[in-house]
Design a protein around this ligand. Structure first.
Ligand SMILES: Cc1cc2nc3c(=O)[nH]c(=O)nc-3n(C[C@H](O)[C@H](O)[C@H](O)COP(=O)(O)OP(=O)(O)OC[C@H]3O[C@@H](n4cnc5c(N)ncnc54)[C@H](O)[C@@H]3O)c2cc1C
Length: 392
């Protein structure tokens, strides 16, 4: 049990949030030799798990619930991490270094890490619609899709597209409504967005683009219009927040001894020379691990190239980089005939790449971005040009 108050001989690190970032912060603390107490408070009842399965294998029924976990309970014991699951922090207690829980309990801390992640964005007037963020959402959605019938999906972002793909495979009638001119247009651009849209149409999804208003329907609706960082505790604690908790490349917030990691942050990326907010599984884990290590005294900044994937039907999309904006697009391979990859350049520099069933090219592009290597359009477009030549 955690002592509520009073002087302590050992230091205590408190992690708020039991997602992949919070889990990795705990591992990072131990990895860098933190010898004090580590307490992780998570509002969900489950052990930290892999959220990406919720819109893919778990929803399809091919990944069982037992395989969602990031590590078994005994590993937390071995790491010396006290888990307080199903509990919610309602105040961080920045001044007194004492966090308050919904249950009324208090936890003193010497080091704090906020890893509260994101929540699904809501549409006004549609509070009763389904969303997909946590395991109980996926359980409810899976039950619904297993019954067949019709479903309206609002938003052709990654979650909307993945749910549509699963629903069609389960024999549902699927309508996807999107406000933009193509699915995923902001991340992938018009061309690749159109290609993704066409893949859904080919398999029977009714895709309605450029919608100006929410459709009227009496049937079930899934809203997948992105997510928002859960910054309310940080704001209340007076920390700097700008569309995410602002942290430097080491994970420091604007308050001493207070760190933040994962989806909830907008972290400084030396590689992109700007603060970026990334909502990817791998980044949340690696960022969390790096920040945990810094909390224990390490000094290496987090400076990795973001990477994520999406599975829709037999298409595996992988994306590296942070194409915040781009002025040129170059394709390697026959566009529309996987495997192929689209490269995004900004002022002549490769900033991102998105491949369809082309993970080798994407992995190499990641290293080119990492190395900030100079590259020409011709080299990118030529499948015979080995990108590894630029980074050796
Ligand atoms: C359906 C779905 C599919 C996805 N698919 C992919 C994918 O294919 N590829 C990819 O790269 N990424 C994917 N992602 C994104 C990825 O899962 C997230 O980037 C990652 O989970 C972020 O980790 P996190 O720990 O920062 O935040 P979260 O996973 O959001 O975890 C935060 C945790 O903090 C808890 N919490 C919040 N407030 C409190 C509080 N006050 N007290 C205690 N606990 C609190 C929450 O309950 C939650 O458990 C997907 C996300 C979803 C929802």
């Amino acid at each position: 049990m955690v002592a509520a108050s009073g002087p302590r001989a050992v230091e205590r690190a408190l992690i708020v949030g039991g997602g992949p970032a919070g889990d990795a912060v705990a591992a990072g603390l131990r990895d860098a030799g933190f010898a004090g107490e580590v307490v992780l408070v998570g509002a969900e009842r489950e052990l930290p798990y892999e959220r990406p399965h919720l819109s893919k294998g778990y929803l399809l029924g091919i990944v069982p619930r037992e395989r969602l976990g990031l590590r078994p309970a005994e590993q937390y014991r071995e790491l010396g991490v006290e888990l307080r699951l199903g509990e919610r922090v309602i105040d961080l207690g920045i001044e007194q270094r004492t966090a308050e829980l919904e249950s009324g309990a208090a936890i003193n801390w010497d080091l704090l890490c906020i890893a509260t992640g994101s929540s699904a964005r809501q549409l006004p007037g549609l509070q009763s619609a389904l969303h997909l963020r946590e395991l109980p959402d996926a359980v409810a959605l899976r039950d619904l899709l297993d019954r067949g019938g019709a479903i309206d999906v609002i938003g052709a972002g990654f979650i909307g597209c993945e749910v549509a793909a699963v629903a069609i495979q389960k024999g549902c009638h699927v309508r996807v409504h999107e406000a933009m001119e193509q699915p995923l247009v902001k991340v992938l651009g018009r061309e690749l967005g159109r290609y993704i849209g066409q893949q859904h149409r080919n398999r029977g999804v009714e895709l309605i683009l450029n919608i100006a208003a929410v459709p009227k329907t009496a049937g079930p609706i899934l809203v997948g219009i992105g997510s928002e960082p859960r910054t309310n505790l940080a704001e209340r604690g007076g920390l700097a927040v700008d569309r995410g908790i602002v942290v430097d490349e080491l994970g420091h917030t604007s308050a001493p001894h207070v760190f933040a990691a994962g989806d909830v942050t907008r972290f400084f990326s030396p590689l992109f020379d700007s603060h970026i907010r990334v909502e990817h599984f791998q980044t949340s884990q690696r960022h969390g691990f790096a920040v945990g290590r810094v909390m224990a005294g390490a000094t290496e900044p987090y400076d990795e190239v973001p990477w994520f994937w999406s599975d829709q039907y037999d298409l595996n999309l992988q994306y590296v980089g942070a194409g915040l904006s781009w002025d040129q697009i170059v394709t390697r391979g026959d566009f529309g005939w996987p495997p192929f990859t689209v490269f995004y350049l900004h002022q002549g520099r490769l900033v991102a790449a998105a491949g369809i069933n082309d993970h080798h090219t994407v992995a190499r592009a990641r290293r080119v971005i990492e190395a900030r290597a100079a590259i020409t359009r011709e080299q990118l477009a030529d499948p015979g040009f080995d990108l590894r030549k630029l980074i050796r």
